[in-house]
Design a protein around this ligand. Structure first.
Ligand code: AGP
Length: 636
């Protein structure tokens, strides 16, 4: 079945949206671009732009901060480009440079004769920018992307001698990082060039016209004949056809496929819900959280340099993590690991309580704000108060230029791309990963962990994306046990979750996911706390899920599970592959690959997310927009 095969492609994603068109006849290219961008808006919506070749042969640029509607209004109220044969467009999820008109794509070269749209991150953009400025190129934006326009210009007027595809190929050989790009030049009204490396890009085949897009959603209206570009490929699109080569110029043959989806489904990349799509994006989201920060087994948190230079981290006596909901659970995991690695007291507090508790914080208290949206009111007001009392602040967030970034001394971005499902999944995994990096950084800075120990943790961290991939692959295999279990559990009215150490916040997160999307009452407890009262809730109709992955408290967790079993409760455990002993104590077991104890929440959380998702689906709940919830809670 075509649908299944496409799902297995797992396209990594940096979560802006790009689109391009080339045709032989004068066409309303502006509408094609704007419509396509609107279908890509879920990918990023903080600024957008188009470039269309005008009948007079100029590349007309329209760029606007804000949603596509803003750009469309600007185009309609301004000089709307006429019929054309060529154009590119972009909707942005900012990574480098604030979301404003100047930083919106497309980015032109010095002369405006060629322009570029880009989805991804150019890691070595700073040194390339310096080099290009040294040879006279003038930069107009804060983005990493603009170096591509000038690099192509440099090659085009130099070694490539006016061959646009060759110029793009030469330019890309200079960059490190990830990209999916579209390039057009006013000198070539019948030519559109695209390329990808760790960024999704598809080609849509038409009659005397071709399309380029970040994914099928943007072009499904025009064609169902699609070519999926692979890593390291460059495509040259002309009205009459397309030619693909590798980055070193080797020609590539690729058959088109016929897509059977409707546009709405395509937006979900073939998944029935954004939540399950985002759960499946976690390996890539995790890789991106580590991107540029873990290199050759070494940790690099350049974002903290200025705080170091200003000595803001020199006299830190304690750490307070301020957050809400899932982000608070990520903060609680950080408490356990930062205390272990850096031997500094860490408190994780819910922001709403922190705000009104007259908190004891000052210059010696490092406050870490964890908020994927960067707009959660409780967290913002709590952090503002901490700042007023002189506390240095590091923000861990997914949204560039969000409110939290404006009140923090340093920002560690998740780079997870927009998360549309209201329940946080991939941003939870990315937040925890970034907090691990911060913990290792502080541990090394305080000389509490050796470079060898840090190397071991970083190596295990870099293995996690693949290990999560194994859990996800198993969950769609014939041996999957999560879906059948979820169907069996879909009628219960309450489920309890327990764990010890880092397993406790993992239990809290599992309970929250289940509550949010299935509306089943669920509660997470420290396993050792159960016998002090809550065990009274247990009976044969109230199942319990225990986090029993390998850890220094494993035996203690097992004995807590035995206490529960003695009350005839149905016991489900998340355990480490190879653990045969646990079979004696559980009715159902969700195995996860082995990793270091501190990192285990990132593996144990995935089957809990899948369990919650499949229970919610079995109960017919609106998984993407659960009742009473909002993606970003911007009110106290
Ligand atoms: C998690 O699934 C929920 N969406 C919610 O608890 C969320 O984590 C909380 O509102 C905090 O949001 P933030 O990370 O954007 O600050």
């Amino acid at each position: 079945m075509l649908f299944t095969r496409l799902q297995q492609r797992k396209v990594p994603d940096h979560m802006c949206g790009i689109i391009g068109y080339v045709g032989s006849q004068g066409t309303d290219v502006t509408s094609i671009l704007l419509d396509g961008l609107a279908r890509l808006e879920y990918r990023g919506y903080d600024s957008a732009g188009i470039a269309v070749l005008s009948p007079s042969g100029e590349l007309e640029l329209h760029r606007r901060a804000g949603k596509i509607a803003n750009l469309a209004a600007t185009v309609e109220n301004g000089s709307r480009p006429g019929l054309s044969t060529l154009g590119i467009g972009h909707t942005r999820w900012a990574t480098h440079g604030r979301p404003n008109d100047e930083n919106a794509h497309p980015h032109p070269d010095c002369t405006g004769s060629l322009t570029v749209v880009h989805n991804g991150i150019i890691e070595n953009y700073a040194e390339l920018r310096q080099e290009l400025q040294g040879s006279g190129h003038v930069f107009r934006s804060e983005t990493d992307t603009e170096v591509l326009a000038h690099l192509v210009e440099h090659a085009y007027t130099g070694e490539a001698q006016g061959d646009l595809t060759e110029a793009v190929r030469l330019a890309l050989q200079r960059v490190t990082g990830s990209y999916a790009i579209g390039v057009v030049s006013r000198d070539h009204p019948d030519l559109l060039v695209g390329a990808r490396c760790n960024g999704p890009l598809v080609v849509g085949l038409g009659e005397n016209e071709q399309f380029l897009a970040s994914d099928i959603t943007a072009i499904l209206k025009h064609t169902r004949r699609v070519i999926i570009l692979e890593e390291g490929e460059i495509v040259t699109l002309r009205p009459t056809g397309v030619a693909i080569t590798t980055l070193d110029g080797t020609p590539v043959q690729r058959d088109a496929i016929i897509v059977e989806w409707d546009a709405e489904a395509a937006e979900k990349g073939g998944y029935p819900h954004f939540v399950i799509k985002e759960i499946n994006e976690q390996p890539e989201a995790l890789r991106r959280a580590l991107l540029g920060r873990v290199r050759d087994g070494q940790l690099h948190l350049a974002e903290l340099q200025r705080m170091e230079q200003e000595g803001l981290l020199n006299n830190i006596q304690r750490i307070v993590v301020v957050a809400c909901g899932t982000s608070y659970h990520a903060g609680l995991i950080a408490k356990y690991v930062i205390e272990r690695w850096a031997r500094i007291p860490v408190e994780a507090v819910t922001a709403a309580e922190f705000r009104y508790s007259d908190p004891i914080v000052g210059p010696e208290t490092l406050c870490i704000a964890v908020t994927q949206s960067g707009e959660t009111a409780d967290t913002l007001v709590g952090i503002r108060q901490a700042r007023e009392r002189g506390a240095p602040v590091i923000a861990v967030t997914n949204v560039v230029a969000s409110a939290i970034t404006r009140i923090s001394d340093a920002v560690l971005y998740l780079q997870a791309g927009p998360e549309i499902g209201v329940v946080a999944t991939k941003t939870f995994v990315s937040s925890v990963a970034v907090l691990y990096l911060l913990g290792l950084y502080l541990g090394q800075a305080r000389g509490r962990i050796t470079p060898e120990q840090a190397h071991e943790y970083l190596a295990a961290l870099e293995l996690l994306p693949e290990q999560i991939g194994q859990i996800l692959a198993h969950a769609v295999s014939a041996d999957d046990s999560i879906q059948p279990l979820a169907k069996r559990m879909a009628r219960v009215s309450s489920i309890m979750f327990i764990g010890r150490g880092v397993g406790y916040p993992t239990a809290l997160e599992g309970a929250l996911k289940l509550k949010e999307i299935s509306y089943i009452h669920a509660e997470g407890f420290p396993a050792g706390e159960l016998k002090h009262g809550s065990i009274a809730l247990l009976d044969p109709d109230t199942p319990l899920i225990g986090i029993a992955t390998a850890s220094h408290v494993y035996e203690k967790v097992v004995s807590n599970i035995q206490e529960v079993r003695a009350r005839d409760a149905h016991v489900i455990v998340v355990a480490t592959e190879g653990d045969e002993k646990i079979r004696l104590h559980a009715d159902d077991i969700l195995y996860v690959p082995a990793t270091l104890e501190e990192l285990s929440p990132l593996l144990a959380s995935v089957p809990l997310q899948l369990f919650a998702y499949h229970v919610a689906v079995a109960r017919g709940c609106n998984v993407d927009q659960p009742r009473n919830l909002a993606k970003s809670v911007t009110v106290e």
